[in-house]
Design a protein around this ligand. Structure first.
Ligand code: AMP
Length: 173
């Protein structure tokens, strides 16, 4: 019997601000069978992709990204918010609804030519994933894809990432 992973994700209305329905993945993380199924589903499209590295987006992308990297037998690098990484970084800024945000990766984290999979929990407007993809390219990496647990299809993130394969375990229309 396959698990219905949607039953392990809670909708939290108006968090962190009014109008946002936050996808709370903590019940899924807390259940060993659901966590296992989620990681296996994230990995499934990439078993033959000959990846070299997983890049996980702060912060919930760290949780799934390291599990995916471990399962696929490759390394992991964190893509962090500005000012968190201690050595030289590449950085990319992108627009948020109000203001902007910056993501960074260590300049020596991605070997030129490395095949990189970007992992996060939720794909919404795609701005965060697009900035991460730009960091991978700026590092000389080759983008193998973007893998997310939940894709909020109505926000059009996939279109923003056109040219990069996107896989999602669950979709919300
Ligand atoms: P975006 O850049 O709009 O695609 O937003 C994606 C980032 O914001 C991801 O790192 C998610 O963790 C987080 N995020 C966006 N929308 C939600 C949501 N409804 N529930 C949980 N996390 C979200």
């Amino acid at each position: 019997m396959t698990l219905d992973l949607t039953t392990y994700i809670r909708d939290v209305p108006d968090f962190p601000e009014p109008g946002i329905v936050f996808k709370d993945i903590t019940p899924l993380l807390g259940d060993p069978a659901a966590l296992e199924a989620a990681v296996m589903a994230l990995c499934s499209p990439y078993r033959e992709a000959r990846l070299d590295l997983v890049a996980g987006i702060e912060s919930r992308g760290f949780i799934f990204g390291t599990a995916v990297a471990r399962e696929l037998g490759v390394g992991f690098t964190p893509v962090r918010k500005a000012g968190k990484l201690p050595r030289d970084t590449h950085e990319v800024s992108y627009d948020l609804e109000y203001g902007s945000a910056t993501l960074e990766v260590h300049t020596d984290a991605i070997t030129p030519g490395a095949r990189v999979l970007v992992v996060d929990d939720v794909l919404a407007t795609g701005g965060t994933a697009a900035a991460t993809c730009e960091l991978v390219k700026r590092s000389g990496g080759v983008l193998s894809g973007v893998a997310v647990l939940i894709e909020l299809v109505f926000l059009g993130g996939r279109q923003r990432l056109s040219g990069t394969p996107v896989s999602s375990v669950l979709t919300v229309s």
